[in-house]
Design a protein around this ligand. Structure first.
Ligand SMILES: Nc1ncnc2c1ncn2[C@@H]1O[C@H](COP(=O)(O)OP(=O)(O)O)[C@@H](O)[C@H]1O
Ligand SMILES: [Mg+2]
Length: 235
């Protein structure tokens, strides 16, 4: 597992899995089973798959929380994570303090520079003027957008999003999808996002889609190869 952090800011990530197997401690069955893929372009990469198929485990292998039982995982990226439930991620009482917590301390920014970054990322996620807002006044969709702003302010170039819209109503779901799509399309500094979902309806936004089945990931395909009406049952 190779992970290079600060030198990779503003670069396109390069993720490679080769013949990766993984089983959770004490279990014989591989939950990631002979998995090979790569991500080496910016864009919105989506993985769809039923509950229990190994999607979240795959993200844990990418960000190094667990190591493969065998095979090769290379991750040249500065990886950020957005969880399904923003309440599991947000620690501070208001938007500004949460964002400051996520600024890379090594940059030693002045107050003015920090403010400028805060305004920029809040604008990017459609939360202009929210810097002083207490977290408890935010809707679920606004909280999720704040967690995206936190990933952006920490200068991550590769964001893993694990079913980020699962708890949102359909208008917030659409807003979050549109924001991410715009960020991955940015001409000057495009973001790379790996988005996990079990909702086929979201796949139309993807640059490429792969399906996780019993721990094995299919080849990357065009979203049009997936049937919109084929929605997995919720949990
Ligand atoms: N921390 C863990 N310890 C042991 N087993 C786990 C753990 N996390 C997930 N699993 C098991 O691994 C399998 C895949 O789970 P997961 O990667 O969460 O799937 P998905 O995200 O596709 O729903 C499931 O059988 C689940 O019970
Ligand atoms: Mg999961």
């Amino acid at each position: 597992m190779i992970k290079i952090e600060d030198s990779l800011r503003n670069k396109i990530p390069n993720i490679t899995f080769r013949d990766v197997n993984f089983s959770w401690p004490g279990k014989i069955k591989y939950v990631i089973n002979n998995c090979s893929f790569s991500i080496n372009k910016s864009g919105l990469w989506m993985i769809v798959g039923q509950n229990g198929s190994g999607k979240s485990t795959l993200l844990k292998l990418i960000n190094g929380l667990v190591k493969p039982s065998n095979g090769v995982v290379n991750c040249f990226a500065n990886v950020g994570m957005v969880f399904q439930n923003p309440d599991h991620q947000i620690l501070m009482p208001n938007c500004r303090s949460e964002l400051i917590l996520n600024i890379n301390q090594k940059l030693k920014l002045s107050r003015k520079e920090a403010n400028s970054k805060i305004y920029t990322v809040l604008n990017k996620v459609g939360l202009d003027g929210f810097d002083k807002r207490p977290i408890h006044t935010l809707s679920g969709g606004q909280k999720q957008r704040l967690t995206i702003a936190c990933a952006l302010i920490s200068d991550k170039n590769f964001i893993l999003m694990d079913e980020p819209t699962a708890l949102l109503d359909s208008s917030s779901q659409l807003k979050v999808l549109e924001i991410i799509k715009d960020l991955t399309n940015n001409k000057k500094n495009p973001l790379t996002v790996l988005w996990i979902t079990h909702r086929f309806e979201e796949l139309g936004f993807a640059s490429a889609v792969a399906e996780m089945k019993d721990g094995n990931l299919s080849d990357w395909q065009k979203p049009s190869n997936f049937n919109k009406n084929n929605v997995y049952p919720l949990s």
